[in-house]
Structures are given as structure tokens and as C-alpha cells.
Design a protein around this ligand. Structure first.
Ligand SMILES: Cc1cc2nc3c(=O)[nH]c(=O)nc-3n(C[C@H](O)[C@H](O)[C@H](O)COP(=O)(O)OP(=O)(O)OC[C@H]3O[C@@H](n4cnc5c(N)ncnc54)[C@H](O)[C@@H]3O)c2cc1C
Length: 324
């Protein structure tokens, strides 16, 4: 019996939300009186494995193979399923990134295990995992209990605080991957990494909505400038995406990304329930809207009634003065 956390890595290194899950995994392992094991999968694993030993893992399993150098669902799921067996894990966790969600789903299917996708909290009750999920646009928190022996969950990024790195503790153990037939063949890799702050991991987000309609290019340029000064990611409402003002990858909400930053600035966004479903958990919400009756103000910590074309550049100027 153990708690196993998949520490996801990309070409630029470990995914920050994996450490959040590992930190929570430590608490769960302690509550269950069991070991915390981290699994690192890839073409190169040594650096991430070494880091994992500093975030509370009792043991780190590395599954290293050239076939794992680029992400492939079937290969990664096979490797993680193997790690579950090697660790004797009864709780299997991963950050709920795009990859984390599909790998955990495939692993759960392969193991005949129950899966709670996109959990926002995890706890232990009666020696079993309980995963908390937000359903019906954040109107209900559902406790998911498992009837299977192995319990799998993916965890929404920023649901748990980043743990403090300590002295290296856990032992690193190599497991030779037995990948079987890898279903996907990589033909070409095109990077979409633009060096922007990742929306799901961002601690600050500045989003724009249909309120930029008068001059969308200028509106989003102003929003991007403010985001740049704050070190924030750029987001958008679905109306802005559907109108073609900005690509879908920026969409926040029920059918876009779910985010939980410390600061969310919504400019020209009315506050529809489907938008709130994706950002309602933000710590501080600042709404900029020229309609004082806009529903977003009911959810906002701070509201600015005004034209975003005036308010956003004014904020940029002021923040530049104060934070450089
Ligand atoms: C199944 C389903 C899923 C959906 N999923 C999502 C989702 O994932 N994300 C999402 O966002 N929506 C989603 N929607 C759409 C959602 O219902 C709303 O239509 C959408 O969020 C509205 O976007 P908006 O606030 O930008 O536009 P509007 O509702 O049109 O609001 C624009 C706001 O801008 C203000 N404004 C106008 N001009 C200015 C200005 N110059 N300065 C300041 N303020 C100004 C207006 O007063 C208004 O409040 C979904 C809908 C459905 C049915």
C-alpha cells in the first residue's frame, strides 16, 4: 500500500502543479500511515527525480526510455500503470493538466480502478481516499468515494499550496519500463510554447471579454500590456473567443480552462455563470465594466465602473510606477 504521485515533466522541466499534488500526497500518506512514492517518466528523469526527493517523497521511481522522450498517451499510461504495480499503490494522483487527466483516465481503465477527475480537494475517511469535485458550475461540492481497491484522481492545478522544498530525503529507484506496443507514432513536434505565463498555473490573470468589441486588437493589446507589468497570464471569456478576438487556448470557464489565481482581473466581462465556473475560486477578483449592474460585480472583491479602454491603461501606468 502506498500513495503514488506522477510528477509530470515537459521539455522545460517538472510541471509546478505536480509539486502541489506531491505536497498533498505527503499529508494523505501520513493520514493513511503509508509511504509516499513519486513516479517520474521520460527520456531523461534524473533531474526531476532528484527534485522530487526534496518535496517529501519517501521513494522516487524513475521510468526512463527513449520512447518516453516525447509524450505519448499509451506509453505514459503503460509506464504509470507499471509504477503503480511497483509501488503497490492504492492511491494514484496526478496534476489535472491536459496530460494528467488523460493519463490517469487510461491508467484507471487499465487497472479497473475508480477515477475522480479534476478533484479540488482530497481527504482520507475510514482509511480510504475521498476526492472532492466541484459540479454544476461550482454550485455543489461532491465527495467522491471509491468502491475499487485502487483509487485514482487528477487534481486541479492550484488546489493546494506549493510545498517548501527541504533536504533531499527519498531514495531514487530505477524501474525498467515495459511499454509493450506504443500506439502512437510521432511524425513531427511543433512547439506551442510561446514563453507566456501558463494560464492554469498562473497566480495572476488579466482577462478580456466582449467588452473589447469596439477595437478588439487594441483591447487585448492593452490587456496583454497590463498582464506583462503584473507578470500575469492573459485570459478571455468565451464571447471574446467565439468572436475571434483571441484563440480558444485563452478561454476561461465551463468549456475553457479552470483557473484559481490569487488575482483575477476581468475587463469587459459580464460575469455569466459559465465564466464564473472557471474562475470563481480566484482569491481576489477585480472587475472592470462600464455597466454598474453587471453581475460580475456581485462576485468581485473590487469593482471599477468605467470604460476598459481608459481603466486598463491607467492601471498599467500606475502599476508600472509602483512595481516597475
Ligand atoms: C454550455 C455553455 C458553455 C459556456 N462556456 C463558457 C466558458 O467556458 N467561458 C465563458 O466565458 N463563457 C461561456 N459560455 C458563455 C457565457 O454564457 C457568456 O455568453 C459569456 O461568458 C459572455 O462573455 P462576456 O462576458 O465577454 O460577454 P457579455 O456577456 O456580452 O459581456 C460583455 C460585458 O462587457 C461590458 N462592456 C462593454 N463595453 C465595455 C467597455 N468599453 N469597458 C468596460 N466594459 C464594457 C458590458 O457591460 C458587458 O457586461 C458558455 C455558455 C454555454 C451555454
Amino acid at each position: 500500500m502506498s500513495v503514488l504521485v506522477w510528477v509530470e515533466q515537459t521539455k522545460s522541466g517538472p510541471v509546478a502543479s505536480s509539486w502541489e499534488v506531491l505536497g498533498k500526497g505527503r499529508q494523505l500518506a501520513d493520514a493513511l500511515g503509508t509511504q509516499l512514492v513519486a513516479a517520474v517518466i521520460g527520456g531523461e528523469t534524473a533531474k526531476t527525480a532528484e527534485e522530487a526527493t526534496k518535496y517529501g517523497a519517501d521513494e522516487v521511481l524513475t521510468l526512463t526510455d527513449g520512447a518516453l522522450a516525447d509524450y505519448r498517451l499509451s506509453a505514459y499510461a503503460a509506464a504509470l500503470t507499471q509504477a503503480v504495480g511497483a509501488a503497490g499503490a492504492t492511491v494514484v494522483l496526478a496534476a489535472g493538466t491536459t496530460r494528467g487527466r488523460e493519463v490517469t483516465a487510461m491508467v484507471a481503465a487499465q487497472l479497473g480502478a475508480g477515477l475522480a477527475p479534476d478533484a479540488i480537494d482530497l481527504k482520507v475517511d475510514g482509511g480510504k481516499l475521498v476526492a472532492v469535485r466541484s459540479v454544476y458550475s461550482n454550485n455543489i461540492l461532491a465527495d467522491i468515494v471509491y468502491s475499487s481497491a485502487v483509487q485514482v484522481a487528477s487534481v486541479r492545478p492550484r488546489s493546494f499550496p506549493m510545498p517548501e522544498a527541504g533536504a533531499a530525503k527519498g531514495a531514487v529507484k530505477a524501474v525498467a519500463p515495459n511499454l509493450g506496443a506504443v500506439a502512437e507514432q510521432i511524425v513531427e513536434v511543433r512547439s506551442t510554447d510561446t514563453g507566456e505565463v501558463s494560464l492554469t498555473d498562473a497566480s495572476k490573470i488579466v482577462s478580456g471579454g466582449r467588452g473589447v468589441a469596439q477595437d478588439p486588437a487594441k483591447g487585448f493589446a492593452l490587456i496583454t500590456e497590463l498582464a506583462g507589468v503584473l507578470g500575469a497570464a492573459v485570459g478571455a471569456s468565451r464571447a471574446a473567443v467565439d468572436a475571434g478576438y483571441i484563440p480558444y487556448k485563452y478561454q476561461v470557464g465551463q468549456t475553457g480552462k479552470t483557473v484559481k489565481p490569487d488575482l483575477y482581473i476581468a475587463a469587459g466581462i459580464s460575469g455569466a455563470i459559465q465564466h464564473l465556473a472557471g474562475m470563481g475560486g480566484s482569491k481576489v477578483i477585480v472587475a472592470i465594466n462600464k455597466d454598474a449592474e453587471a453581475p460580475i460585480f456581485e462576485k468581485a472583491s473590487y469593482g471599477i465602473v468605467g470604460d476598459l479602454y481608459e481603466v486598463v491603461p491607467a492601471l498599467t501606468t500606475e502599476f508600472k510606477k509602483r512595481i516597475g
